[in-house]
Design a protein around this ligand. Structure first.
Ligand code: UTP
Length: 466
């Protein structure tokens, strides 16, 4: 099946209880937890950011006790007296910044399963795209040449299903030679740079867990030929991780378990890192957001950009035709009259059987996490909150005896916002069909469906030497 960008690693529809409707409270800002134990700090933007955040922390032990009692999380101070002064300061800082109000949500999931009225949203299909390819491409090329388009690589995920400790982008998919995931993506973007004669700004979102390795890897490899001054890193926020009862896990005696807060906070994080100023300064009006793990993806595709502009839409979404009506992929639709994405587990029999006037399934196109957003529209919705998703994951934790356990199976929740929920905030959306075999080779797992194996096969079929 196709892993949608809806629920990463989600087992049996975890998070399905949290719909966008009536989510109380609409949580926007998840928290920042500095990972100072592992991070090597220097003078870069991200390091300054980490230090600044920590310096801001000033919670006393009694204030921390008051907060954890309020949320039933007293256990996180269990080892406090054993910690060094620095560890104590770090733990208090984590407690201060942790948004514990989100934790109650895991006890109310079932109550919150509410969706609006789902109706079809027509996609622009291949024949129409082919008929207009030249015109669309001309419009998109002009926008790129005028510097109005930037690209945003979402690379903050943990890639737990792949099972590597390194950032996913540094994974080598080559067989007889080295070919890294990041390299594939940069090569794909370079096609457009060559085609248009224009460098595009590339914003790379990392997280506290993988930032340093990502930055140093790309630097060491000279950005695989991309111009350094066009590459900008920024870090997303972190959120605490809990057991199924909403109790925060400890991953060290002085460290709350945490994970990146989902890919939905990318625009706020980009802004918080000061990069929106650059976007304005450079006159960037469109941002093409894409996932790290689709090695065939076309980035800043002039035809896609041109079609979205020509159709006066504020967001474009690349979609693939579903293989079967019940395929596990988020399908584009309207929800209460606005663009949206209906998750596979929300697809009722009725929706699966619905047909359009040509006898085609009405919800036949799934998203592949490649969106073109209007910057003005992103700024318009900046203050709006996104629904929170609870995602079942394997979370390393300290057991009763204080020993670190790396679980074999999912043992709790991570709390995430997702980029696809931003589609519902947009005024208009163009779903734009692409040929799955040419543009969709996601790497989620090592073997099997959406894996290194399947992506290698697709890369070879598309003429990439491995
Ligand atoms: P996935 O949904 O596949 O999540 O991410 P993941 O964390 O990479 O992998 P698993 O589920 O742990 O195996 C889809 C895209 O969103 C990015 C990922 O890097 C990938 O490009 N992402 C995900 C973020 O940037 N931040 C996040 O917090 C989560």
């Amino acid at each position: 099946y196709v892993i949608s960008d809806r629920l990463p690693g989600c087992a049996k529809g975890a998070g399905k209880g949290l719909s966008r409707a009536d989510f109380p409270p609409r949580i926007r800002k998840l928290l920042w937890i500095p990972d100072s134990d592992t991070a090597v700090e220097g003078s870069g933007t991200q390091d300054r950011c980490r230090r600044k955040e920590r310096e801001k922390m000033s919670m006393t032990l009694s204030q921390a006790k008051e907060k954890v009692e309020k949320y039933g999380q007293e256990h996180v101070l269990k080892y406090y007296e054993e910690l060094s002064q620095e560890e104590k300061t770090n733990l208090l800082a984590q407690i201060e910044s942790a948004d514990m109000s989100i934790l109650d949500s895991c006890r109310h999931q079932e109550d919150l399963l509410k969706r609006g009225v789902i109706t079809p949203l027509a996609s622009m299909q291949l024949p129409e795209i082919e008929a207009n390819r030249e015109a669309f491409t001309a419009v998109g090329t002009e926008a790129i040449r005028a510097g109005r388009v930037g690209a945003v690589l979402l690379a903050g995920g943990m890639g737990t299903r792949l099972g590597s400790d390194d950032p996913k982008g540094v994974y080598n998919v080559g067989i007889t030679r080295e070919l890294y995931i990041f390299e594939c993506l940069v090569h794909n973007l370079m096609d457009v740079v060559r085609q248009t004669g224009t460098w595009l700004h590339l914003f790379v979102m990392t997280s506290d867990k993988n930032n340093d390795k990502t930055v140093s890897f790309l630097k060491e490899h000279a950005y695989f030929g991309y111009k350094e001054e066009y590459v900008h890193f920024f870090m997303q926020k972190m959120a605490v991780a809990t057991d199924y009862n909403g109790k925060i896990y400890l991953e060290g005696k002085g460290k709350l378990a945490s994970s990146p807060n989902g890919n939905g906070g990318w625009f706020i994080s980009l802004k918080d890192a000061g990069l929106l100023d650059l976007v304005h300064r450079e006159g960037i009006q469109w941002l093409n957001v894409f996932a790290v793990d689709n090695v065939l993806q076309r980035i800043a595709d002039p035809c896609f950009i041109g079609a979205t502009i020509q159709k006066n839409c504020v967001v474009g979404a690349k979609v693939v035709r579903k293989v079967t009506p019940d395929e596990k992929v988020g399908a584009v639709c309207l929800e209460d009259g606005r663009p949206s994405i209906v998750e596979y587990y929300d697809m009722t029999e009725e929706l699966m059987e619905a047909k359009d006037e040509n006898g085609e399934p009405s919800y036949n196109f799934g998203v592949i996490l490649n969106y073109l957003f209007s910057v003005a529209e992103l700024e318009r919705v900046l203050e709006l909150s996104l629904p929170l998703h609870l995602v079942e994951k394997k979370i390393p934790y300290l057991d009763e005896t204080g020993s670190l356990v790396k679980p074999e199976a999912a043992n709790g929740y991570k709390y995430e916002n997702l980029v696809l929920d931003m589609i519902h905030q947009m005024e208009s959306c163009l779903p734009f069909e692409v040929v799955r075999e040419k543009e969709f080779a996601p790497i989620k797992n090592k073997t099997g469906v959406d894996s290194v194996e399947s992506a290698r096969k697709l890369l070879q079929e598309n003429g990439v030497e491995l």
